[in-house]
Write a protein that binds this ligand. Structure first.
Ligand code: GAL
Length: 355
């Protein structure tokens, strides 16, 4: 009997390591689809050359390679030049109204991480082909509903515009600025992101914004293609990335990383009664050896199966991007606190014994 083990190679139905990094899953018509970044070898593999890869399974026992669902190899559609652009953290939902499969991803056309945009692509089938709809920033001209008045101060906004852009990561200067105000006309920055669909069918884009200092939660329209719905800020100046969102016992939970690029750091968890917040931080959910680096990983998605919640994470290998590994852990509970413990085995039922 062979099982997938966390951090080992995970062969697909052709015996090739699954190439779906920063990924997310979707259930549809009895299948589970896994979408993720297709990476190539070496450091160059941190940029996008190919697109978004999709695999499918019925029972986690065998992942079938279904090819490239969103393919950028053909050319320069929408300014996405293979080898220059970045396509990260793709997530897919099925829209009940339009019957379209809607893919969102973090998109950088020049690989410099200054675009900070969302790419949206649509398909009629879960395996694609996905066609690019647009690449844009969320919330153009729309203040997040809970923006504090001091961030709307015109002097502060003008001062922000006169300053060099804030770079990624802990930055004391950010306290003096109003990045949200400065970006208002061009839309809010969006780097690490995820999609969350609630039980009532509504869907939300949750993205790192304001130079990654603050998360934004944007309610999507009924077609899941517009980014100008109500937006709420969460965790101001907490520098959180890699949002992983799930619902449990009628409450909303988020597990995020800190902001240290490919290097792993300690995760933070939080709870809210409504998806738009207010969110209350619950501290580092990881327990045991490796807790300070989330066991060497960074989260990408939460998956519910048989009433249990699983935390899907990447162990990045930025020197040889294609060799990135997957670590899937079960979320357990200490009372109200979501807890992660490292494990060599992929937890059942996500890994039935493999023949
Ligand atoms: C990480 C982020 C990844 C990627 C990387 C680039 O913080 O989670 O998706 O953007 O930075 O350095």
């Amino acid at each position: 009997m062979k099982r997938y083990r966390n951090r080992e190679l995970w062969p697909d139905d052709h015996g090739v390591h699954i190439n779906a990094h920063g990924g997310g899953l979707l259930r549809h018509d009895g299948w589970i689809y896994w979408y993720g970044e297709h990476k190539i070898a070496g450091r160059a593999g941190n940029r996008a050359w190919v697109g978004v890869h999709v695999y499918r399974t019925r029972d986690y026992s065998r992942w079938e390679d279904r090819g490239i669902a969103f393919d950028i190899r053909g050319g320069e559609a929408g300014g996405l030049k293979p080898g220059e652009c970045v396509i990260e953290r793709p997530k897919v939902l099925c829209n009940a109204k339009t019957k379209k499969f809607v893919m969102f991803f973090h998109c950088e056309t020049d690989g410099k991480y200054s675009d900070a945009k969302v790419g949206i692509a649509l398909a009629d089938h879960p395996e694609g082909p996905f066609a690019l709809l647009k690449i844009e920033r969320p919330s153009i001209g729309r203040w997040p509903e809970n923006t504090p008045e001091e961030l709307k101060n015109p002097k502060r906004i003008a001062f922000t515009r006169s300053q060099p852009p804030v770079s990624n990561g802990e930055n004391p200067r950010t306290k003096e600025l109003s990045i949200v105000g400065a970006d208002l006309p061009i839309g809010q920055q969006s780097r690490d992101m995820t999609l969350f669909q609630d039980e009532d069918g509504r869907a939300y884009l949750i993205h790192s914004s304001e130079a990654n200092s603050t998360l934004h939660i944007v309610e999507l329209d009924e077609t899941f293609t517009r980014l100008d719905g109500p937006c709420h800020r969460a965790f101001p100046l907490r520098w959180m990335e890699a949002p992983v969102v799930f619902r449990h016992g009628g409450r909303y939970y988020m597990i995020c990383s800190g902001c240290t690029g490919w290097a792993p750091n300690a995760a933070r968890s939080a709870v809210a009664d409504r998806i738009e917040g207010p969110w209350t931080e619950l501290g580092n959910p990881a327990r045991g050896e490796g807790a300070e680096t989330t066991f060497g990983t960074q989260g990408t998605f939460a998956w519910e199966e048989q009433g249990r919640i699983f935390f899907l994470a990447d162990e990045w290998r930025p020197e040889n991007a294609i060799d990135g590994r997957y670590v899937w852990l079960e979320v357990t509970w200490e009372g109200e606190l979501p807890v992660l413990r490292d494990s060599e085995n992929v937890p059942l039922p996500l890994d039935p014994l493999r023949a």
